[in-house]
Design a protein around this ligand. Structure first.
Ligand SMILES: *[C@@H]1O[C@H](CO)[C@@H](O)[C@H](O)[C@H]1NC(C)=O
Ligand SMILES: *[C@@H]1O[C@H](CO)[C@@H](O)[C@H](O)[C@H]1NC(C)=O
Ligand SMILES: *[C@@H]1O[C@H](CO)[C@@H](O)[C@H](O)[C@H]1NC(C)=O
Ligand SMILES: *[C@@H]1O[C@H](CO)[C@@H](O)[C@H](O)[C@H]1NC(C)=O
Length: 262
């Protein structure tokens, strides 16, 4: 159906923007003088910066960096450190079992790294955010039967989040952690985004539904204006990832959801 077709072209577009010039994320070791915000996810969490035609740098400034800047300003969080685990191209099952950005040990998944960090630094992790799901569709990009697979892919994303990712994060982090997650923003990802909002909110995560940032389901002209403002889709880079302005707008949406703060 047409929504699904346009979803697929969006997915292909994201894929084309992926793995040029990637560098290993920096993952500092803990110090008990600090408290931590851990960010998991895909290219939106990692950040993607276009630098030339078909050439991008990742990791780069993302909503995680923007949210971190906002959190640092609050009382009690001036010793907060951000650790970004996000990896461009990650799928929901990668979160569980693979980290292609972890060159030394690709089998040490984002989820396992975060769980181990929380377990060995009890009480020091204050915030965990995640966004994941859209890349689960990439592996079907050449599949003529994408329409038939669509609901099965959603089901698998749902299972991965509900049965594995969310309960393991909550078990490892305990009561002292504020968890938040976000959606995507394209009209073509509405079904996925509705599902993500439902799953996260039913499981005690705050949700930054960033469709409100982009006005996804409102006036089409306004939506287009915001896509041009908040991504590099409309300039010479033709890259659909959030730019610095978009990252700040998304980070601010997370900040609102994570509150109240003293
Ligand atoms: C932008 O990139 C997409 C996907 O690579 C391509 O289909 C489209 O033609 C490009 N648009 C422009 C204006 O270059
Ligand atoms: C960018 O990639 C697209 C799709 O692979 C290709 O058609 C286009 O020629 C490339 N542009 C440049 C400047 O390399
Ligand atoms: C969903 O998960 C099942 C079980 O691992 C797998 O067999 C199936 O191929 C997956 N479906 C899709 C559409 O990825
Ligand atoms: C997670 O997603 C992968 C890929 O779609 C699938 O093979 C696997 O079965 C899913 N896990 C669960 C618990 O459904």
């Amino acid at each position: 159906m047409s929504t699904e077709k346009s979803f697929l072209s969006f997915v292909v577009l994201l894929l084309l923007c992926l793995p040029f010039g990637s560098t290993a994320p920096s993952r500092p070791t803990a110090s008990s003088d600090n408290i931590y915000y851990l960010s998991l996810g895909d290219s939106f969490a990692a950040g993607v910066k276009p630098i030339a035609p078909n050439e991008t740098i990742t990791p780069a400034y993302s909503y995680a960096d923007a949210l971190y800047e906002l959190l640092l300003l609050k009382k009690d969080y001036n010793n907060l450190k951000l650790i970004k685990y996000g990896c461009s191209g990650a799928t929901s099952d990668d979160i569980v079992s693979l980290d292609k950005c972890n060159q030394e040990n690709p089998k040490y998944s984002q989820l396992d790294q975060v769980i181990n960090f929380m377990k060995s630094n009890r009480g020091l992790v204050k915030f965990v955010t995640i966004n994941i799901g859209v890349n689960d569709f990439h592996r079907y990009r050449n599949d003529k039967d994408i329409d038939g697979c669509f609901s099965k892919i959603l089901k698998n994303i749902s299972n991965n989040l509900t049965d594995i990712i969310i309960p393991k994060l909550k078990e490892a982090g305990g009561e002292g952690v504020r968890y938040a997650a976000s959606t995507y923003f394209q009209r073509s990802t509405n079904d996925l985004d509705d599902l993500l909002v439902k799953i996260y909110s039913e499981n005690g995560f705050r949700v930054a539904d960033i469709r409100s940032v982009f006005g996804t389901n409102g006036d089409p002209a306004e939506f287009k204006r915001r896509v041009c403002l908040y991504t590099n889709s409309c300039n010479k880079h033709n890259n659909s990832h959030p730019n610095v302005e978009g990252s700040r707008a998304i980070g601010s949406e997370y900040d609102k959801e994570l509150g109240p703060f003293d």
